[in-house]
Design a binder for this molecule. Structure first.
Ligand code: ATR
Length: 278
């Protein structure tokens, strides 16, 4: 890699940020296309977020990704926010245009591009588990693809109801498409869904208690777990012969979209995948 006085700086703000895989594949992509830029991790504590955002302008950091726990909080520090980031209520990408900061959300796009690799979404029915920020992106993405029905299951149903309340400003008929259920009710709807998505953190640890009886999965289900590893849910999906996917495609495609927003160039997706060994 060649670094000189003109090298542009991109990065990721998160806390923690050590686990992030974005610096690896983003820097590799700049390099591959001959763009004089690097992408580095910035560990930003929540209490320093506003200052860190200001520093983007001072240091002329051209663009950043934002990860846990800043995706929602950052919105109030930006000059402009895209319509989809507004609806989702979270920003994961910021572009700095001569000191003017615009926020975008590429998580929904990333999820959908990944899912499209294994299933045609239009007309399907989905079970989405979880009601955090990731779930909001997944639901937004599915709605954009004309999904027919979403069962939204969460340990705390009130959080799922909040998503519907927030989205209904933009989707008038959302309460006809999205139905909130409890984790206990998953068994009842499983027969009627094509796509099962886990957006919770359950599965990160081996001893996590399953979200439902995974033995109830059938070959007809397409199963996505947005965690970057083979969780128990995915293991069972594989065993049952289901179409299945982990969190890597979403990671790659959200990064690809961020790259395109920053550079105006098509992201070298295959290079990104190779950089992560997938
Ligand atoms: P993110 O922004 O990454 O989605 P989050 O906002 O912390 O993260 O949301 C985490 C999700 O995982 C929530 O849906 C949470 O359920 P609650 O809303 O009931 O907290 C879910 N979750 C975390 N641990 C869980 C567990 N042990 N069992 C079931 N759901 C769990």
């Amino acid at each position: 890699m060649f670094i000189n006085g003109e090298t542009a700086v991109y990065g990721i703000f998160g806390y923690p940020v050590k686990h992030s895989k974005s610096p690896t594949f983003q820097t590799e992509s700049f390099h591959h296309l001959g763009i004089n830029a690097v992408y580095v991790p910035f560990e930003v504590k929540p209490e320093n977020l506003q200052e860190a955002i200001k520093s983007m302008k001072i240091l002329n950091i051209k663009g950043i990704n934002v990860t846990i726990p800043h995706k929602e909080e950052i919105i109030k520090y930006l000059d402009e926010v895209s319509q989809e980031a507004k609806i989702i209520g979270a920003v994961n990408t910021v572009k700095n245009i001569d000191g003017y900061l615009i926020g975008y959300n590429t998580d929904a796009y990333g999820f959908i591009e990944g899912l499209k690799e294994i299933i045609e979404i239009e007309g399907k029915t989905a079970l989405v588990i979880g009601a955090g920020g990731a779930s909001r992106s997944v639901i937004y993405g599915l709605l954009q693809q004309n999904i027919v029905k979403i069962y939204l299951a969460n340990r705390t149903p009130q959080r799922a109801i909040e998503i519907i309340n927030d989205f209904c400003k933009y989707y008038r008929v959302i309460d006809q498409i999205v139905s909130v259920i409890s984790l206990d009710q998953i068994d009842e709807v499983l027969e009627n869904v094509n796509i099962v998505v886990n957006t919770t953190s359950v599965g990160l640890k081996d001893d996590d208690k399953p979200l439902f009886d995974y033995d109830r999965l059938q070959e007809k289900h397409t199963v996505v777990d947005i965690i970057y590893r083979e969780t128990k849910l995915l293991k069972k999906a594989k065993e049952k012969g289901c179409n299945h996917q982990d969190g890597y495609p979403m990671l790659i495609y959200q990064g690809a979209k961020s790259f395109e927003i920053w550079t105006g160039q098509k992201a070298p997706v295959e290079v990104m995948k190779r950089a992560l060994g997938i």
